[in-house]
Design a protein around this ligand. Structure first.
Ligand SMILES: C=C(O[C@@H]1C=C(C(=O)O)C=C[C@H]1O)C(=O)O
Ligand SMILES: [Mg+2]
Length: 463
């Protein structure tokens, strides 16, 4: 028997055995498998009967996940305490699940995200993206430091068709080789949504800041692209993997809509008792030559307006981390974070806490930082709700994963867009402060659109 089919066969046998003798409503089994690109499993999802998919890769590619199918969903549409509800329901699920496997530390993983602002009126395109939505995938492929593992989570009863579909998927995963998708449909229209209104709102915010109503407001805008064919999320994801390998890559697909992006920004990561966060705000483009790039970086490091934008974020994250951690370490000066299309001011933060502090409670405390909302938080949110000509949906909100030990990581879902049929809706924002200039802020958002435009094969200068 070929190695591949041997794996498929053994997994099937194990699952049947475990589910037969299970005392709990769900079982989760994990096993080490030959290394394979998680993006391939994501792509195979297109031919499966499972209609949910997700993908996650952190900035250092230490943890990469691809998940297909949805064995359990936690969906919170109200504007109540969505962070603690997710946490409670995840614990309920874990209490209903028997965990088996070859690896001691293997557990099911919960993946999902939040909307930016539950008080903003939801538009149709975000219908499948609740204020908080998390799934436990049926098939999860994880790659950690080059070790690949499959985790299968299924109900213990009435799971026959699910087991058959898993079997078929694993068969494909190990018998067919992965061919990258070469082409995407062509972009036929590029429409900036309500740009005049956006520029006007930037001016209004600058005035508001000068009058002392608030200190900083992050304002986003939207562009809508139409293509001459259906967009395939896996093809866009493959491009992101190639073009933005050192970003957080994420994709969350629900009923044919895929929210996808390549963000440079960590919100928070929990590893046992250690919390990591980053302050990221203040931007400049990359140079065309290395010397131009270097001097643009130096300009950014010394630019008062950008340093001012950055300081609000540092102060807020410092405070939030000090509220829950002892021993918060934070660099005294920002450094540069250079991504493919843009460079940012960046200050990492690390803190240690006791075991009672959960990951989602810190997500709640941090979201939205002044890098995505503004300062003071509530006033900035009111201004965004009122003046921003779009529904952010999941853009600029926390997206990420958690395991059964309570460890996990959330990124801020920027440099992102929603793919639906032959359309893509992309979003980009910028931190408006007292000495902002509307046209340069507009240009900054153009630079921030580049990662998604390149992944969609659209050249900004030629549009
Ligand atoms: C809001 C976005 O990015 C944020 C705003 C930044 C800025 O204004 O300098 C920089 C990084 C991000 O925190 C975005 O990319 O859409
Ligand atoms: Mg900025």
């Amino acid at each position: 028997m070929a190695v591949a089919t041997l794996y498929q066969h053994q997994i099937r046998k194990k699952l049947e055995m475990i589910t037969k003798s299970a005392c709990q409503p769900f079982v989760s089994w994990s096993g080490i498998v030959p290394s394979i690109a998680p993006v391939y499993l994501f792509k195979l999802g297109e031919t499966s009967s499972f209609s949910e998919r997700f993908y996650w890769s952190d900035r250092s590619n230490e943890v990469v996940y691809a998940g297909i199918g949805c064995t359990y969903v936690i969906d919170e549409e109200g504007d109540g305490p969505r962070f603690s509800i997710i946490e409670e329901k995840w614990n309920d699920f874990l209490n209903m699940t028997e965990v088996h496997g070859e690896e001691e530390k293997a557990t099911p993983v919960l993946f999902g995200g939040f909307s930016f602002d539950p008080l903003k009126k939801k538009t149709d395109k975000w219908t499948h993206f609740s204020n908080a939505k998390f799934i436990v995938p049926t098939v999860l492929l994880s790659l950690k430091k080059d070790c690949a593992m499959i985790t299968i989570t299924v109900p213990s009863k009435n799971n026959q068709s699910m087991l058959e579909e898993i079997d078929r998927l694993l068969g494909l995963l190990y018998t067919k080789s992965f061919h990258p998708t070469s082409s995407l449909p062509r972009c036929v229209t590029y429409e900036e949504i309500r740009t005049d209104e956006w520029i006007h709102a930037v001016r209004q915010i600058i005035d508001g800041i000068q009058q002392g109503s608030f200190d900083k407001v992050v304002l986003a805008r939207e562009v809508r692209l139409q293509f001459d064919g259906q967009l395939t999320p896996s093809a866009v994801l493959e491009h992101l993997c190639e073009q933005q390998p050192f970003s957080y890559l994420f994709a969350f697909e629900q009923a044919g809509s895929c929210f996808i992006g390549a963000s440079p920004e960590q919100l928070v990561k929990k590893e046992e008792h250690t919390f990591y966060s980053t302050c990221l705000a203040g931007s400049i483009r990359r140079g065309r030559t290395s010397s131009e790039d270097e001097s643009l970086g130096q300009v950014l490091l010394q630019d008062e307006k950008n340093l001012h934008e950055h300081r609000f974020v540092v102060e807020m994250i410092r405070q939030a981390m000090q509220d829950v951690c002892e021993d918060v370490k934070i660099s005294p000066e920002p450094q540069l974070l250079k991504m493919r299309d843009i460079q940012h001011l960046y200050t990492p933060v690390i803190g240690k806490s006791d075991s009672r502090v959960s990951l989602l409670s810190v997500v709640e405390r941090l979201h939205p930082t002044p890098a995505l909302g503004g300062a003071p938080k509530e006033k900035a949110l009111e201004m965004i709700r009122e003046a921003e000509p779009l529904d952010r949906g999941w853009y600029a909100a926390p997206i990420g994963w958690m395991n059964a030990m309570g460890d996990g990581e959330f990124a801020v879902a920027i440099r992102s867009g929603l793919l639906q049929g032959n359309e893509a809706f992309l979003f980009a924002g910028c931190g408006v402060v007292g000495d902002s200039e509307p046209f340069s802020e507009y240009e900054e958002t153009n630079v921030k659109l580049k990662p998604m435009l390149s992944a969609l094969g659209v050249k900004q200068d030629e549009r």
